[in-house]
Design a protein around this ligand. Structure first.
Ligand code: URA
Length: 242
């Protein structure tokens, strides 16, 4: 079992500097199984149930590193500092912004795309999900400005559609029409603004875009826009079973 010094563990979870943690320990504000941990240099085994057994300043300990979250991304928040507007991280507890290893988004959704966004502090997991050879599929619900013509599904599945400014055709995309202006598309790669550019190449325009599935993991119906929850091992495994 991995163990960390108490001051290192809490500093890495964003509770403060190691000196501040030492102060909290001395003030008996850190408890494990109800007993104060007064020595900031004590090594703490990172048992998976530690967050349920330990408290800091009267509140249960934050989740240990190895965190993977499902966020229902609302419209208008961004995944990157490069775009203007509030970041998705502003939807999470403030202390989580100071975690080390840091939480990152698993790929990105545009500011004007809603739906399932994964975040993790586990670099190996992130890589396993986004690596092209993993071919984790992503499904989007699309609202179009103009009616479908009828040939879109065939063109998208051909593996021959070329996006403007690119020299390699898109991998086949599965499309299922819902009605004249709504469909779902399932992608097996992730190019910049892919869904919007794909429909532009087909002479249409995407009015609204929502991701509802990554691999075999669907966005939970009970998560309202802006809400998130921590994924368990079975749900993380579901990402890879499609
Ligand atoms: N395709 C897009 O155009 N935007 C997204 O956010 C995701 C896929």
């Amino acid at each position: 079992m991995k163990a960390l010094r108490l001051d290192r563990l809490l500093a890495n979870l964003g509770y403060g500097s190691r000196r501040e943690i030492e102060g909290l320990a001395r003030a008996r504000r850190i408890l494990r199984d109800g007993a104060p941990l007064t020595d900031a240099s004590a090594r703490i085994p990172l048992d998976p149930d530690l967050p349920a057994r330990m408290s800091v300043m009267g509140e249960l300990l934050d989740p240990l590193p190895g965190l993977c979250l499902m966020l229902h991304k609302p419209l208008g928040v961004t995944c990157s500092h490069k775009e203007a507007g509030p970041l998705v991280y502003s939807l999470l507890p403030e202390r989580w912004r100071r975690r080390d290893p840091a939480l990152s988004t698993v790929g990105r959704l545009d500011k004007e795309t809603s739906g399932l966004l994964l975040l993790t502090d586990d670099g190996a997991l992130l890589h396993r999900i986004i690596a092209p050879k993993a071919k984790v599929a992503k499904r989007y619900r699309v609202t179009l400005a103009r009616p479908l013509q009828g040939d879109e599904a065939a063109i998208l599945s051909s593996g021959e559609l070329m996006l403007e400014g690119e020299d390699r055709p898109l991998l086949p995309v599965e499309m299922e029409p819902q009605d004249a202006t709504h469909c779902t598309v399932t992608l097996h790669e992730g190019r910049y603004h892919q869904v919007r550019r794909m429909f532009a190449a087909l002479g249409n325009h995407v009015d609204a875009l929502h991701r509802d599935k990554v691999g075999g993991l669907a966005l939970s119906d009970d998560l309202a826009a802006g809400e998130y929850r921590i994924l368990g091992p079975d749900e993380i495994a579901a990402i890879f079973s499609q």
